[in-house]
Design a protein around this ligand. Structure first.
Ligand SMILES: [Fe+2]
Length: 232
């Protein structure tokens, strides 16, 4: 149909559609919009890929989903307190929500065992960061999410696992994730560990500040609890 044959309403509707297209083009030119769009894509991609795995994990170890959620909440609060960038905080949010996904490979009787673990069982538990890395390594994230996860049990003095990395060889986001992981695990009961309470957990990170745990991360965590932080 030629423009002169169109009604006023049709022309107005076409004009509105053109304006919407122009708005979309302008939005796409905005780096912040593109970053947020990439973030939304990351989450959709993650959800699709991990839905099945997380569901299996959640059925096997319901506590684990809650553990990951609480750890993520505190990790993001610490990152914000330390002034990390939005992109770093977003990558921590993704890493936190799936950081123990590698436990899907660990036999249920070991995961739910009450009492001490023998060396072979401990070795299986300690394989979970590499297993998570294996699951996540090919996902296209802006930040190295799989690396953050594989390093979340590394310790500042090199005594952690699986790589025995030390100091700044450990990614900052992994040094952050390590602290809420320990605090949450101590503050909430596990099959093989009683609930020691939040005060004992905070004493643990204070005592090992600068040896096992990054001092800046510990300080940020303690400041948050001083100001009344609570796990949601
Ligand atoms: Fe873990």
């Amino acid at each position: 149909m030629r423009d002169e044959d169109k009604t006023r309403a049709q022309l107005l509707e076409e004009l509105a559609a053109l304006r919407r297209e122009l708005d979309d083009l302008q939005a796409y030119a905005d780096p912040e919009w593109r970053r947020q769009e990439k973030w939304r894509q990351n989450f959709r991609q993650l959800q699709e890929m991990l839905e099945g795995v997380v569901a299996v994990l959640g059925c096997r170890v319901p506590d684990l989903i809650e553990h990951q959620r609480r750890v993520t909440h505190l990790a993001c609060a610490i990152a914000e307190e330390m002034g990390l960038s939005t992109a770093q905080i977003e990558s921590l949010a993704i890493a936190g929500m799936v950081h123990d996904i590698g436990k899907v490979f660990i036999p249920l009787k070991i995961l739910n065992k009450s009492g001490a673990l023998d060396p072979a069982e401990m070795a299986l538990i300690q394989a979970h960061p590499r297993a998570a890395h294996y699951i996540l390594k090919d996902l296209d994230f802006d930040r190295p999410v799989a690396e953050i996860i594989v390093q979340h049990h590394e310790r500042l003095d090199g005594s952690g696992y699986p790589g025995g990395l030390a100091g700044e060889d450990i990614l900052l986001e992994a040094r952050i994730l390590a602290v809420p992981d320990v605090v949450e695990a101590m503050a909430y009961a596990r099959p093989h560990r009683v609930n020691l309470g939040i005060n004992t957990a905070l004493e643990e990170i204070s005592r090992n500040r600068g040896t096992l745990y990054d001092p800046e991360v510990v300080d940020a965590c303690l400041r948050l609890f001083d100001r009344g932080f609570d796990f949601l």
